[in-house]
Design a protein around this ligand. Structure first.
Ligand code: ADP
Ligand code: GN1
Ligand code: MG
Length: 375
């Protein structure tokens, strides 16, 4: 038996799963944690669970992180119960406790594990397939923000401080380019120049937050399309997942990351940049879906900056991929040489495409907002 099998078997024995471990395999395409689908025989049924080894190089305080997730999922669970929802464990993540009653397991090697109920009959998508999917995903992320608007205090902990602080991301890039520890800056000189040319964008939302025009909310902060499960039968965005970065943030960071991932006509790591552009129909679907759930909660500046947010987040994630490339690929999982540079290039190409279409995007938001007010 291989070592993953033995590791998962050992980890499974520490969680309250009431059954016999059958096997497990790596699952999904996330860039940060190690995710596994694990099968457990319970009576005559085989039931799957998601096991995740939390990347503690990135998430420095896994105990507090899982406590955030427990609070958030409990809150949503209670809300769903109040509306007599029947399939609650498909509509919010459900942590499985360890046999000691904790939400987190520390194994013999000091690695951190958690387990979730597996949401069956639903999938995540790395690349969008239809405008309907964009609408439904945005609806789900908007609903998630609304569900958390009345989470009781205390404030959630910041699992990664300054996660969406675009100015800090920009400064980190300049520093990495300056130090050039891996001798890669020359191969990325065009991308570094692109970043410098767009410095004027990086403070926009931070300034609006500082002036009080944008409120702090509880946000997801990683609203990639593949962080919402889409129901196989109904196409509904049934459950928002990947809750490691749920913390105080701006609603626009969430909408921006939806735009970055759901409107891109190519893959995040596509090498043929002629395939990368912003699909305006997807943008319209995202706008309508998001406003259908979160619209009544948003303040005017949040609505006004919806088109801008996609451009900002494409730039910000591009800066992060580029920084990681220059630092030797120490943050994001990579699967080939130059992977992070390829990812950076798609983000910058996407940003350009958004800039070219910003006027139309603004019209779409204006029309959608009028419709919201008149309904
Ligand atoms: P990462 O932080 O590495 O992106 P995720 O939490 O997003 O990890 O999980 C990776 C993938 O595993 C998701 O894209 C999804 O396909 C799958 N997944 C995660 N949680 C569940 C779940 N509870 N049920 C079914 N699939 C899940
Ligand atoms: C990471 O975990 P995953 O793959 O959903 C990253 C996001 C980036 C994204 C880029 C904690 O998300 O911030 O936008 O990759 N998550 C973290 O694809 O850094
Ligand atoms: Mg994910």
């Amino acid at each position: 038996m291989d070592s993953i099998y033995n590791t998962l078997k050992n980890v499974a024995s520490k969680f309250s799963l009431n059954g016999e471990f059958i096997g497990g395999e790596p699952y999904g395409s996330g860039h940060i944690n190690d995710t596994y689908a694990v099968s457990i025989k319970q009576g005559d049924k085989t039931v799957r669970y998601i096991f995740q080894r939390i990347n503690h190089e990135i998430f420095k305080n896994p105990v507090a992180l899982v406590e955030n997730i427990a609070r958030v999922t409990r809150h949503i669970h209670n809300k769903l119960q109040q509306t007599n929802t029947t399939d609650i464990d498909r509509r919010t993540l459900t942590l499985i406790p360890t046999i000691d009653g904790d939400n987190l397991l520390t194994d013999n090697e000091g690695l951190y594990w958690r387990a979730y109920i597996f949401i069956e009959n639903a999938k995540t998508y790395d690349i969008i397939e239809s405008t309907d999917q964009a609408y439904k995903a945005a609806q789900a992320f908007g609903q998630f923000q609304c569900q958390l608007a009345d989470l009781p205090s205390p404030r959630l902990i910041e699992t990664i401080p300054q996660f969406h602080h675009t100015r800090s991301r920009y400064d980190a890039l300049l520093q990495a380019a300056d130090i050039d520890c891996c001798g890669r800056a020359a191969s990325a000189h065009k991308e570094i120049a692109f970043a410098k040319d767009h410095e004027s964008v990086v403070d926009t939302l931070l300034d609006l937050q500082a002036s009080g025009d944008l409120p702090e909310r509880i946000t997801h902060n990683d609203t990639k399309l593949n962080n919402v499960m889409i129901d196989d039968d109904t196409g509904e965005g049934i459950c928002v997942i990947d809750l490691d970065t749920v913390m105080p943030g701006l609603a626009l960071y969430d909408f921006g990351d939806m735009v970055r991932t759901a409107t891109n006509t190519g893959a995040e790591d596509e090498r043929d940049l002629s395939k990368i552009s912003m699909d305006i129909d997807m943008f319209e679907a995202l706008t309508l879906g998001y406003l259908s759930t979160a619209g009544s909660m948003l303040v005017p500046k949040e609505i006004e900056y919806l088109p801008f947010s996609g451009k900002l987040i494409a730039l910000e994630i591009g800066l992060r991929f580029l920084t990681d490339y220059l630092q030797g690929d120490v943050y994001f999982k990579t699967h080939r040489e130059g992977h992070n540079l390829d990812r950076c290039r798609t983000q910058f190409k996407l940003m350009q495409s958004i800039e070219e279409q910003e006027k139309v995007m603004q019209q779409i938001v204006a029309t959608a907002t009028d419709a919201l007010i008149n309904n």
